[in-house]
Design a protein around this ligand. Structure first.
Ligand code: NAD
Length: 499
């Protein structure tokens, strides 16, 4: 059994400075910030924040690594090799990553062990597979002034990519941005979340060992409003890949509009999980509970709107409540803990505020709603029944373990409620009728629909949403397209065939 003390000792081995131009660099950093443990509320470590100077140097070095340096000359098969090596190094230290993520984010280590780390490693390996397959097309174009033409396309890296990640799953979400960008040949400057920067700093310590040339990958810890803002405003950044709140996503979009730079924005959701009357209720109970409570509900794809057919409504609510009450909230390092703490005091206040609003608006609190009597940013797994889709708790992203259970009377009504949202990221359908499942999967507005399972992750699948959930796709082939520009080349041939 891993102890908290052993986990805290591990923190002292993690570098706490910006990593840029192939080395640790805090020469100009005047500012620092504390990393707080969400469970004990104690300081875990202090990290040097990158200022505008470090941002400028990181972007300039990334640019020259591409334009004049070794990285720009690295061919696809070598990039594949480097990404595979990085995946191997992460795998060799995956237990350290999992423990640090658990400590930093406040979640039980079984989650990073079972999900974040395997997904991270798989993502690097998947994109290693693309790195030497970025082929162009040959396009049969017409004659130009009577002369034959030969046209083809090439796929080139977008350039310098700024990756900005959130605190809920920084290792995995980081991999979703870093791996496709490096596979495409871009240089990456990562700004990890100030609330949970440790695994991103550990990752930076593996970059050189994997063999990446200086400037290919930098990590700039710091506050969003300072380091993040300086990075998105920097004209040397060609693309911004962001995951976080719609409010910050908007700032990213505005900054990117200057120079019409590209973005990928993943901004969360209010995803429906629809339980039809013919669903296997054992499976649905397990899956829906995971969908709303995994990672303390701090998941962009959290299935926080639970739509249940009236015929099974009471039974399902009862089952879900029993499941929620089985969850053991506590220190991630205590035996048996299945849910940890929220990330910080602000998030606790926010989630608690939504719970109060739910009750004030007339939803029926069926379980949870309180806080364990202890230190730490804990909140109980909470469910509201008889929720109307117009209520605040059904409309706004809570980003905590709070589910809103909404009844419906017909398939059409279920789809109407599901689509009546400002968000469109993910949806889950629970039914034993395969025809209904596939027909309705087409009608639900979401970037990803899962049938009889909650949000199965796979780097081969495109990931992203629309409306307030953002723009563009990460992962899959879409991840490569998002990090490349397609260029056409046409040669007008000086050869004219005999008349
Ligand atoms: P945030 O959007 O403020 O932070 C996300 C990242 O953006 C962090 O790395 C942060 O440092 C950076 N950032 C903040 N301001 C910036 C700026 N002006 N310029 C550039 N970068 C900036 O999100 P948060 O405060 O960490 O969380 C607030 C809410 O966002 C949550 O309650 C939740 O609803 C949502 N959220 C969504 C996701 C998701 O996966 N979609 C993840 C985390 C948070």
């Amino acid at each position: 059994m891993l102890t908290r003390a052993a986990a805290e000792r591990l923190v002292s081995t993690v570098p706490t400075e910006p990593y840029l131009a192939g080395r640790w660099d805090s020469s100009q950093s005047a500012d620092t910030f504390d990393v707080i443990d969400p469970v004990t509320e104690r300081r875990l470590t202090t990290v040097a924040a990158a200022g505008a100077g470090e941002v400028d140097r990181a972007v300039s070095h990334a640019r020259s690594a591409l334009d004049e340096g070794a990285w720009g000359r690295t061919d696809g098969s070598t990039r594949a090799l480097l990404l595979h090596r990085l995946a191997d190094l992460i795998e060799a230290r995956s237990e350290e990553f999992a423990i640090l993520e658990s400590l930093d984010v406040g979640k039980p280590a079984f989650e990073p062990r079972a999900i974040d780390l395997p997904q991270t490693i798989q993502t690097f390996r998947y994109f290693a597979g693309w790195a030497d397959k970025l082929e162009g097309r040959s396009i049969p174009t017409g004659a130009y002034m009577g002369r034959p033409t030969h046209s083809y396309t090439v796929r080139e890296p977008v350039g310098v990519v700024a990756a900005i990640t959130p605190w809920n799953s920084p290792t995995m979400i980081g991999a979703w941005k870093i791996a496709p960008a490096l596979a495409a040949g871009c240089a990456v400057v990562l700004k990890p979340p100030e609330d949970a920067p440790l695994t991103s700093l550990l990752l930076a310590s593996l970059i050189e060992e994997a063999g990446f040339p200086a400037g290919a990958f930098s990590v700039l810890p710091g506050l969003g409003a300072v380091t993040g803002q300086a990075l998105i405003d920097h004209p040397g950044v060609d693309k911004i890949s962001f995951t976080g709140s719609p409010e910050t996503g908007y700032k990213v979009a505005v900054a990117a509009a200057k120079g019409f730079r590209r973005t990928t924005l993943e901004l969360g959701g209010k995803s429906p999980q629809i339980v039809f009357g013919d669903a296997n209720l054992d499976d649905a109970t397990m899956g829906v509970a995971a969908g709303v409570f995994a990672n303390q509900g701090e998941v962009c794809a959290a299935g926080s709107r639970i739509l249940v057919a009236r015929a099974v409504y009471d039974e399902f609510v009862e089952r879900l409540v029993a499941r929620a009450r089985d969850i053991k909230v506590g220190d991630p390092f205590d035996e048996g803990t299945t849910m940890g703490a929220l990330i910080n005091a602000r998030q606790l206040e926010r989630v608690s505020g939504y719970i109060k609003t739910g009750a004030d608006d007339g939803a029926r609190l069926v379980t949870g709603g309180g806080r364990p009597d202890r230190k730490g940013f804990f909140v109980e797994p909470t469910l509201f029944a008889e929720v109307d889709n117009t209520m605040t708790i059904a409309r706004q992203e809570i980003f905590g373990p709070v589910g809103a259970v909404i009844p419906f009377d017909s398939d059409t009504e279920a789809v109407t409620i599901a689509n009546d949202s400002d968000y469109a990221l993910a949806a889950t359908l629970w039914t034993s009728d395969v025809n209904r499942a596939h027909a309705l999967a087409r009608r639900v507005k979401a970037g990803a629909v899962a049938i009889n399972g909650w949000a199965p992750l796979d780097p081969r699948l495109p990931w992203g949403g629309s409306k307030l959930s953002g723009q563009g796709r990460e992962l899959g082939w879409a991840g490569i397209e998002a990090n490349t520009e397609e260029k056409s080349v046409t040669a007008v041939l000086s050869y004219a065939p005999d008349k």
